[in-house]
Design a protein around this ligand. Structure first.
Ligand code: PLP
Length: 359
């Protein structure tokens, strides 16, 4: 039996995609082998990775002057790759809105001067700071954000005013959740295990002029974006199976109506949960309403014992992984693309019942 899986990542994937992958496990498309077993240089695999890229380009409307790279090492590896590839002046501006942004900021300090130009640490990262007029150094190579803060449940609704600098965005937990204007970014990247596929793949969408040989001295060959771009993500063995599943998820999103439809579906789900939280006497959302994420919804009862009781009883009722991040406590429901509406409706019904019994 499948449960409702509210994990922040690795996370729920569309059942249809899992079933299709299961059907193709022993014999992919008449090749007599699994995608796991085939050469990344084979004709069959070439078609898989090319089709995945083509579908992603279509979904996100990615202009021709942007490269799509399928990489490994997790989003965390890009925390280093970003400064290595972009720090020409050895200076960059970081907006610190949570733990992932902070990790990226700290990693950048190894390679140059990372300047924290805004932060929401003063209120436990429960809001997005005003980024309309920040003191961005004139010689900053880029401005960095984590667009959706997985742990704290905040999302940038407006992109920062970068004052003409390149915007670099970690979109790990909001990838393909709604339409984006790629042209506003220099680099968009994310680990796929939150909203797109299995762990092991990072997708980076990078404007072509930012992909050069002019990288920091000592940059490993594998971390140089140009290596990967020149070789169409096949410099070495890519995470073949993961990319194949991502490709299936892209097809699933296209079938669902693309990113506009995904956004509507995600808004509908998030509204059900936030509306309940806003009128509940027991449960409270922890994020400033205008900054709420559509993907990650943290909430608390205000009583740690009651939180623990809720998580335990929810699990017994088939709602998995509702415990909040270990650094913030409480609960968090991650309601990514593949979470069906009835999953959220049933969760809310369960929360109502819990409130009646424990209010
Ligand atoms: C999960 C997450 C990461 C870390 O991803 P890894 O693939 O484990 O390195 C980075 N940024 C955000 C926004 C995340 O949600």
């Amino acid at each position: 039996m499948r449960v409702y899986n509210f994990s922040a990542g690795p996370a729920v994937l569309p059942e249809e995609v899992l079933k299709e992958a299961a059907d193709e496990m022993l014999d992919y498309n008449g090749t007599g082998m699994s995608v796991m077993e085939m050469s990344h240089r084979s004709k069959a695999y070439d078609e898989i990775i090319k089709t995945a890229e083509k579908d992603l380009r279509e979904l996100m409307n990615i202009p021709d002057n942007y490269k799509v790279l399928f990489l490994q090492g997790g989003a965390s590896q890009q925390f280093a790759a970003v400064p290595m590839n972009l720090m020409k002046n050895k200076k960059a501006a970081y907006i610190v809105t949570g733990q992932w942004a902070k990790k990226a900021y700290q990693e950048a300090k190894i390679y140059g001067e990372a300047v924290e130009v805004a932060s929401s640490a003063d209120k436990t990262f429960s809001y997005i700071p005003d980024c309309s007029d920040l003191a961005i150094p004139d010689d900053a190579d880029y401005v960095y954000i984590c667009e959706n803060n997985t742990i704290y449940g905040t999302k940038f609704k407006t992109l920062p005013n970068t004052k003409g600098k390149i915007l670099v965005s970690d979109v790990s937990s909001c990838f393909l959740s709604e339409p984006v204007d790629v042209t506003k970014y220099g680099v968009i990247y994310g680990g796929v295990q939150k909203n797109v596929g299995p762990a092991g793949v990072v997708i980076a969408i990078i404007r072509e002029d930012l992909i050069t040989d002019d990288v920091l001295p000592g940059t490993p060959t594998m971390l140089k974006w140009k290596t990967q771009a020149d070789n169409d993500s096949l410099y070495n063995t890519p995470p073949c199976y993961g990319i194949y599943i991502c490709g299936k998820v892209f097809k699933w999103i296209k079938k669902m109506g693309g990113l506009e439809a995904m956004k509507a579906h995600n808004e509908k789900k998030a509204k059900i949960l936030y509306d309940f939280l806003d009128q509940s006497k027991l449960f409270k959302g922890t994020v400033r309403p205008e900054d709420r994420s559509l993907m990650n919804v943290p909430f608390v009862t205000g009583n740690e014992e009651l939180d623990a009781k809720f998580v335990k009883e929810a699990k017994a009722a088939g709602f998995e992984n509702l415990k909040g991040h270990r650094t913030v406590g409480g609960m968090r429901a991650s309601i990514y693309n593949a979470m069906p509406i009835e999953g959220v409706e049933k969760l809310v019904a369960f929360m109502k019942k819990f409130e009646e019994e424990n209010g």
